[in-house]
Design a protein around this ligand. Structure first.
Ligand SMILES: [Zn+2]
Length: 122
């Protein structure tokens, strides 16, 4: 057995051996169940702390990798100078107004045809 350990020195085995050799002899005054429970709870607290650090670390890494998104202006901060001619809505850009017009006031095909015909007559 010893020969095998010498051939394949395993750091875990040597640590375990050290722990066993350093183990104090049984003490009647010590409540070993209570001590083991204390250690178990202490371990859980430590694991939770490690997890918190990991989460914190990954969120910090993400902030480093992804630069802050461009801050969008809030709706009330945009000056709405583009007013719809057909309703009371107004928008901050011509593109937004055009999109609104397309969606809310679509030109009926027959109307647009007559409009084009009229413009050609002039
Ligand atoms: Zn409108």
């Amino acid at each position: 057995m010893n020969q095998l350990n010498d051939q394949n020195p395993n750091p875990i085995f040597s640590l375990l051996g050290n722990a066993v050799s350093q183990c104090p002899s049984y003490d009647k005054k010590v409540n070993y169940l209570l001590e083991s429970r204390k250690i178990f709870l202490f371990n859980q607290v430590l694991q939770q702390k490690i997890q918190n650090f990991k989460d914190q670390n990954s969120s910090l890494e993400q902030q480093l990798i992804q630069p802050q998104k461009k801050q969008r202006r809030k709706a009330n901060e945009i000056s709405k100078i583009y007013k719809c001619s057909q309703c009371e809505k107004s928008y901050g850009s011509e593109a937004s107004l055009n999109l609104h017009s397309k969606l809310k006031h679509p030109i009926i095909e027959s109307e647009s045809k007559t409009y084009i015909e009229q413009s050609f007559q002039i």
